[in-house]
Structure formats: structure tokens, C-alpha cells
Design a protein around this ligand. Structure first.
Ligand SMILES: Cc1cc2nc3c(=O)[nH]c(=O)nc-3n(C[C@H](O)[C@H](O)[C@H](O)COP(=O)(O)OP(=O)(O)OC[C@H]3O[C@@H](n4cnc5c(N)ncnc54)[C@H](O)[C@@H]3O)c2cc1C
Length: 462
């Protein structure tokens, strides 16, 4: 069928400023992180309501038109890459925060709202949206729901999945499923919202969500410590979990090589010497600033006495706290150390992270084209990120690096994606983490929801 007819029909649904065509699109970037590649598509649409999305999707069904959904474009797996024959639905103009219900502790919002704006809106009501990760200033809540984003506070509050109470989606045939419930418990049959959370826009377009909020903590205390061995990192985690009475909210690990890269030739401070194997960022949240700080300080001192840690610094002011956490959060620095970079976010059992990461590093060092290897991550969740820098963009080298990082996963029952998802880039390695039968079931689900395979085709399965 003729695309020109589709465009004409789109013009009858959308206003002029809600539709970009051909030449206009060349001024837009698909902005795959760190790159400014021009966007390819037959058109980019900017619907303002669920009904408009439904109408666009219904039209695309008639014209067998493939759709790629665009949120904040911060994913690291090629999820928003497009081809020139595809149509983009951008959620950019669906960014209204509709309601904060302080009593039920919920926020209801359109899917295009930026996560940081939701965090700020909740904070104004003394409530906390515990989603927290490096891209929160650009990522949208619809993107986070579709990717089931994690981040720095999963250990205490869970992934995005744990925060979603209600959802509204447009199915690949245009049907609107609206279940914007504020309730925590609902066992009235299948929990359908879970199908859309983490399915990377392959089963439906998330248009609105209800998120669960928490009471805002009144205190945030942080320490940065140096540790000699991985075994002691695990010992420290166990010690702090048992002594901080549930207050531990962050426990982030970086390896020596990553710490040096972050603090050498950058403007970031260097709170501790760079002669230790591991560094841990610790965060505790609570209700009594002075007492909570002293409690953390006391147990950091005890950890020094017990020789679990080698050295430590407490963040005494908000400025110091920000400066310390910047070393963990400003990962763009790591990606800038080489011409090309490859990102990983694998899950492995906490007890085995030390030995597995060491053996991966040893193997990667044997590849000449690998310039930098930077591991860091949410160790308390068993989730380690790697940013690997290379001087070449050769597909063979990319695959070789992939196979080195993914090779231990089957044996240790890990996952190739703890948080970032599969997108286009990781699809061919899905078997490292899922059985043939699981993948077949995913394919059946996709076919049932989207028999024409028009919504986010190629992501996760086919
Ligand atoms: C510096 C940096 C740090 C990061 N840190 C973390 C981290 O700690 N933890 C983590 O989990 N992730 C992290 N990410 C990855 C990324 O930010 C998350 O996956 C984020 O949730 C993506 O949101 P987005 O709005 O940018 O989605 P996009 O990148 O636009 O889209 C992601 C996927 O979801 C689909 N999609 C987007 N919106 C919708 C919608 N409304 N309905 C249906 N499908 C949709 C897209 O088609 C795509 O497949 C990081 C990224 C960067 C650049």
C-alpha cells in the first residue's frame, strides 16, 4: 500500500507541529547515546493523547506500517534505532504529570514525562520516587517502564516493575487497555501490566502509568571506602546490611582501574588513594540526619577496626556527598576514553562476581583492539556493568568481546541483561540466558499480540 496515503491520513489525525516528514527529519537525531546519527524514518509523529496514539497505530495496521517507539532515547541496546521505511511514534509531547495523591502515595503521569521531573514533583510533596540512574534527566518514565529500568536504589526499592501500580497501553492493533489503578494488591487474575513492563515496546505502547511513591527519607548519609579483596566486599555488604537496620540503600562497587580512570585527568575529586583493589560507595537513608550519620560512621570505623576495609571517607556535607557520587554516576567519562565503546550489564551471583570479572578481564586483555576495560556496578544486586573501549568498530571484534563477556553466563546461571534489555544489539546472545523453550514462548506471545509484527520489530525476538 502507498505510504503517501498513510501520510495524508496521519495529517488528518495530527496537527502540523505533531508530524515531521522527510527533510524535517534530517534535522533530528536518533541520538544513540554519544552519537548524533541522523534519524531515518518515513515520518516522526508526536501524539499528545492515548487516543491519538491508538488512531496512529490503527492506521499503521491498515498500511502494514512498522512503528518504532521513541522515549528519551537513552537506551544502550539499539532499541530506538530506525530504518528509513519505519515510522516513529515519539512520546515527547505526552509529558503531563496528572496527579500526585499524597495519601495513596501515588503519581499518575503520561508516559513521556522525564523521570527527573517526576522525582522533583514527588519531592515537593515530601515523597520519593526511588528511580535513580545516570540518564534520569533525559529518560522518560514510559521508556523506564518498557525497559524495566533499575539503577542505584534497586537494592532497597526494587526495579521499575516494583513501582508500577497501574498502566495504560495501546496494543499493536490500536486497542487501548487502561488499568490506571492505585492499589498495591490485585490478584484478580493475570497481572497483565507485567507483560508490558520490560518488554521494550514489543507488546504495546505505554501511554500512562501510576507509580507507587515512598515517604521521602529525611537523611542521606554516604561513605566511600577502599577494600582489599572481593571477599571483603561481600563481608562488608553483609555487615552493613545487618547493622544499619534496613537503612542501607546503596552499595556500589568500582574496580581500581575504573576509579583511576574516573579521577585521573578529570575534574572529579579523588577522595582516597588509588592503590586499593576495590572501592565501594555506600548510602544509607533514614529519618534522623545526625543519628543516621553517626550510625554509619560508627560502623565504618568498626569495619576499619575489623580490617574489612582499608580506608574510608565520610561525606560530611551535601557538596561532598555529590562529589563522591559523581565518581560513580558520571560514567560518560569512561566511555570517552576510547573511540568506540561497548556496554554490558550482566547479572551473576554475588558470591562469584570477583572471580568471574577477573577472568573476563584477563581474557579481554588478550584482545589487541581492546583499549580500556572498566567494570563497576550494583554489586548488592549481583549486577555488574562493563564499559569496554576499542579502537576499531569491526563487527568481528565486537562479537569477540561479546562472547568473552557472555561466556560465563550459562554456567553460572546469570543474565546478559540485568537492566538495559535486549533491544537489537543483544538479541543474538539471548540463548546465553534463556532456554530455547523460553524464547519460543516469548515468540508466541509476540505473535499473539502483534501478528503483523509492526510494533518495535526486531527487538528481543523477531
Ligand atoms: C548514562 C546512562 C546511564 C544509564 N544507567 C542506567 C541504569 O543505571 N539502569 C538502567 O536500567 N538503565 C540505565 N541506562 C539505560 C536507559 O537510561 C534506560 O533503559 C531508560 O529506562 C530508557 O528510557 P528512555 O526514555 O530513554 O527510553 P528509550 O531509550 O527511548 O527506549 C527504550 C526502549 O523502550 C521503548 N519505549 C520507549 N518509550 C516507550 C513507551 N512509552 N512505550 C513502549 N515502548 C517504549 C523503545 O522503543 C526502546 O525499545 C542508562 C543510560 C545512560 C545513557
Amino acid at each position: 500500500m502507498n505510504n503517501d496515503n498513510l501520510i495524508e491520513k496521519l495529517k488528518s489525525i495530527l496537527k502540523e507541529n505533531q508530524l515531521l516528514l522527510k527533510d524535517d527529519i534530517l534535522t533530528r537525531f536518533s541520538h544513540i547515546w554519544k552519537t548524533d546519527e541522523p534519524l531515518q524514518a518515513i515520518a516522526v509523529t508526536f501524539p499528545k493523547s492515548t487516543k491519538e496514539i491508538s488512531e496512529i497505530v490503527k492506521l499503521c495496521n491498515v498500511y502494514n506500517q512498522q512503528i518504532i517507539v521513541h522515549g528519551g532515547l537513552t537506551n544502550l541496546v539499539g532499541g530506538t534505532e530506525t530504518q528509513k521505511n519505519q515510522l516513529v511514534i515519539s512520546l515527547e509531547k505526552m509529558n503531563t504529570i496528572e496527579e500526585i495523591d499524597s495519601k495513596s502515595k501515588t503519581i499518575t503521569t503520561q508516559a513521556g514525562a522525564i523521570i527527573e521531573s517526576l522525582i522533583d514533583a514527588a519531592a515537593e510533596k515530601d515523597l520519593l520516587l526511588p528511580l535513580n540512574f545516570g540518564a534520569k534527566g533525559s529518560a522518560q518514565i514510559g521508556g523506564a517502564v518498557s525497559a524495566n529500568a533499575g539503577g542505584l536504589r534497586v537494592f532497597r526499592y526494587g526495579m521499575t516493575r516494583q513501582m508500577v501500580l497501574g498502566i495504560e497501553v495501546v496494543l499493536p492493533d490500536g486497542t487501548i487497555i487502561s488499568s490506571l489503578k492505585k492499589i498495591i494488591k490485585d490478584n484478580s487474575g493475570y497481572d497483565l501490566k507485567q507483560l508490558f513492563i520490560g518488554s521494550e515496546g514489543t507488546l504495546g505502547i505505554v501511554t500512562r502509568v501510576v507509580l507507587r511513591l515512598q515517604e521521602a527519607p529525611k537523611s542521606r548519609s554516604s561513605a566511600f571506602v577502599a577494600v582489599k579483596s572481593y571477599d571483603k566486599v561481600v563481608k562488608l555488604l553483609k555487615y552493613l546490611e545487618s547493622e544499619l537496620s534496613g537503612g542501607l540503600s546503596g552499595f556500589e562497587l568500582i574496580w581500581n582501574r575504573t576509579y583511576r580512570a574516573m579521577t585521573e585527568s578529570t575534574e572529579l575529586i579523588k577522595p582516597l588513594g588509588d592503590n586499593y583493589e576495590y572501592y565501594v560507595f555506600i548510602e544509607s537513608l533514614g529519618s534522623q540526619p545526625k543519628e543516621d550519620y553517626e550510625l554509619l560512621e560508627h560502623h565504618i570505623e568498626k569495619s576499619l577496626e575489623k580490617e574489612i576495609i582499608e580506608d574510608a571517607v565520610m561525606a560530611k556535607t551535601e557538596k561532598e556527598l555529590q562529589q563522591i557520587w559523581q565518581i560513580r554516576e558520571d560514567v560518560a567519562i569512561l566511555a570517552s576514553k576510547a573511540k568506540y565503546d561497548q556496554h554490558f550489564d550482566i547479572s551473576i551471583p554475588i558470591s562469584q562476581i570477583g572471580e568471574i570479572i577477573n577472568s573476563i578481564i584477563t581474557e579481554l586483555e588478550l584482545i589487541n583492539q581492546v583499549k580500556t576495560i572498566f567494570p563497576f556496578g550494583h554489586v548488592a544486586d549481583g549486577n555488574i556493568h562493563f564499559i569496554i573501549g576499542r579502537e576499531t568498530n569491526s563487527p568481528e571484534i565486537i562479537d569477540l568481546i561479546n562472547s568473552v563477556v557472555y561466556s560465563p553466563l550459562k554456567k553460572y546461571k546469570g543474565s546478559l541483561s540485568a537492566e538495559h534489555g535486549i533491544g537489537l544489539h543483544k538479541k543474538k546472545f539471548l540463548l546465553t540466558s534463556r532456554s530455547k523453550e523460553e524464547i519460543e514462548l516469548m515468540e508466541k506471545l509476540k505473535t499473539m499480540f502483534d501478528p503483523k509484527n509492526i510494533l518495535n520489530p526486531g527487538r528481543i525476538v523477531f
